[in-house]
Design a protein around this ligand. Sequence first.
Ligand code: HEC
Ligand code: HEC
Ligand code: HEC
Length: 455
Amino acid sequence: MKKKIDIQRLGQAFKRVRAASFCVAAATSAPLAAQAATPQPQSDAALIAHGEYLARAGDCIACHSTPSGKPFAGGLKFDTPIGAIYSTNITPDRNTGIGSWSFAQFDRAVRAGVRPNGDTLYPAMPYPSYARLSEDDMHALYVYFRRGVAPVNQANRAVDIVWPLSMRWPLGIWRYLFAPDPFTFNAKHYADPVVARGAYLVQGLGHCGACHTPRALTMQERALSDLDGTAFLAGGAAIDGWVPSSLRGNPRTGIGAWSETDLVQFLKTGRTQHSAAFGGMTDVVQHSMQHMSDADLTAIARYLKTLPSTDPKETAYVYNDTAAHALRTGNATAPGAAVYRDNCTACHRSDGRGYTRVIPALGGNPVVQDKDATSLIHVLLTGSTLEGTKTAPSPFTMPAFGWRLNDQEVADVTNFVRNSWGNTGSTVSATDVAKVRKTVTVRAPEMPPGAALSH
Ligand code: HEC
Ligand code: HEC
Ligand code: HEC
């Protein structure tokens, strides 16, 4: 597999040398790309607004700001196996930001991952996805970051990686092997122009694969588009203890049972009758997807629905009322059933169906049946808030249980929800829970003065 990629990369490098033929290829495919890229507005103000829209689609703000900092001033920490790195100031400040960068320099950083001084960027910046952005879209982004964003004077933080590991030349090799050169997105792979637009957004600005595609040992995504293979969006490894689930057509563990409308609703409001956004997806909905037009959300949804299941043996979910019946008739003898009855039924109900768009259903919910149960253990230990959005303003909070349920109880209730109401999921042990507990912060609720905290 790796060898195949290397050969492809060498081929691409060879093409880069043959610059002339590359230009011809780009020129001939340009009109097709125009189908997927947004039409360019004419006036200045409209171009800035368009650039802002694209910056939202790319979720630049989520990574290039800290929760208490100024927009786009950088400084957000990213842990890598060798130490921490920080996102940079991309405001138009001339001294500390990108105020003196030319379009070519900005374009090279965003699409090729190379700084003006020739240093390669860490792929925490998703340039392997952005490589396919059209020149027009890059131009609108540049105009927005130069003229639509307020300059902030804030120096970039140096990486917390010790020399010699901090040297950037190995990143150059990584980039050469695994990151595509900027190229023209080819919309003609997709017969339906709506699907083509969705593919452009998902693979490009949306960089959905940065979280949802599994990575190889050398950290590159195993596929950067559906054309590279079925690993694309097949579900990634946990990030900060949250598992990005499969976005392919798998009927239980993917979005096979979701309609296009369900997907649009989820991206726009973080909630459907199946599920509620949590972990890294909360940011994606908040900063990025809720601001997309309905046409673009429909395009994204329609494209995702074209990705087939990766497991022909995975059966469709069918509701089963055994667990609900037992709970309702007072029988909580199944492991975890009593913990569920005492702590969860008020919200998720004995039938596991929750309340549509308020409390997520647990029966039939793909994230509950994912092969990796880390997110479930995490959400039980720390709780989580379903944030409000413009069109669904009410937030709803799942309380933390880690301060009062022990590892065995958390394991039992996790196994109970993974295998009730027709769900199927592998079982977890108290040791698995203990491992997740070490990586998250479990807080007991703050009590008013004088009130006792009872278990
Ligand atoms: C997933 C997180 C993430 C997203 C999303 C992201 N960036 Fe970045 N970006 C980074 C990190 C981290 C760095 C610094 C990498 C390094 O130090 O090598 C960076 C570096 C850059 C740089 C180089 C700046 C410099 O001073 O070297 C530019 C320009 C940039 N990003 C622009 C953008 C734009 C425009 C968007 C949205 C279209 C965007 N980024 C989205 C994480 C992100
Ligand atoms: C920063 C990481 C990250 C990025 C980027 C990201 N996601 Fe997610 N996504 C997650 C996580 C974690 C989950 C699981 C939690 C949940 O269901 O909200 C998730 C869940 C989802 C779900 C619900 C799936 C289910 O079975 O419940 C959909 C749909 C989705 N993402 C679509 C997208 C799309 C489309 C994009 C790109 C525009 C995207 N995601 C980008 C992290 C991410
Ligand atoms: C006060 C209401 C409430 C209680 C009690 C509650 N939950 Fe939740 N639960 C929620 C809300 C709201 C969310 C959505 C959180 C989010 O999206 O960030 C949620 C999310 C979840 C999820 C993730 C599913 C998804 O798609 O977001 C799981 C799994 C879960 N709860 C299991 C449980 C279990 C097991 C218990 C009992 C130990 C429990 N919950 C108790 C309200 C509750």
